[in-house]
Design a protein around this ligand. Sequence first.
Ligand code: SAM
Length: 289
Amino acid sequence: MRNLIDPHNTIEFLKSHGISAKKRYGQNFLIDRRVLDRIIEGAGITKEDIVLEIGPGIGTLTQALCEAAAYVIAVEIDRDMIPLLEENLAEYDNYRIINEDVLKVDPEALIREMGFEGRTIRVAANLPYYITTPIIMQLLESGLPAKTITVMVQKEVADRMQAAPGTPDYGALSLAVQYYADARISANVPPNCFIPRPNVDSAVITLERFEEPPVDVRNEKYMFGLIRASFAQRRKTLANSLKNDPSLGLSRGQIEDALAQMGLSADIRGERLSLQQFAALSDLLQKVT
Ligand code: SAM
């Protein structure tokens, strides 16, 4: 097995295939053994599990996943990577590569079609940073029954996922992640753990999906619409942001009444509200629309 975690081997391997990392696909290849181990440990993978990997690249993490899991489904957008991946995974037979944009794949349907319904599903990935948030949102909202999602992301994005109300990092992503999962950072990762080096620090974060959401809300979709509108213009008050969103069709009076019923001031900003408060506001406003 080619040891891809050695930077020299990775550089030589890419060179021998006349390939250089593509910026447009966010290609930063992992070259640090400890970080690789942290992803595998953080994901809690066992020999019974099915793992969905996003962006396998040349297969550095994929090799370790094939060792640890029952089966690995790896979705890679870059066609140039496929022969390299196949070469590096030659000694395994427990994987399938799908050459697709992960945002165009329905992960739940994929698991079903492959006959893995009812198995423990986990996601593991060193994500391309240019589309981290859409990928996380897709995984959370798709109905994919993933027990854990362990991903390498920009440190700043990991902080946003864990942020508490009233802090500068708190926003729509924090609320979405915290509605679906318990988020835990397990490693901070400096740029020198990748080739080429990214311009930012990274972190490994595990999202452990709740069996039941921590709040009761009548219409989850409506609540997320409110949350998105509340953070669309961060400097505005919550009432102004909601009133300005035509898809909600709310008047200032309706919003201020609901806030008053919750004991909140009319000029409060969205970043002050907890998930519980957004759920309560959503139930109140849905009644009047
Ligand atoms: N897993 C490899 C590693 O750890 O060394 C590569 C990680 S690299 C940060 C991100 C990978 O995601 C690249 O291989 C890139 O081509 C792939 N990628 C980028 N956009 C994608 C998309 N929309 N769908 C699937 N894969 C994508």
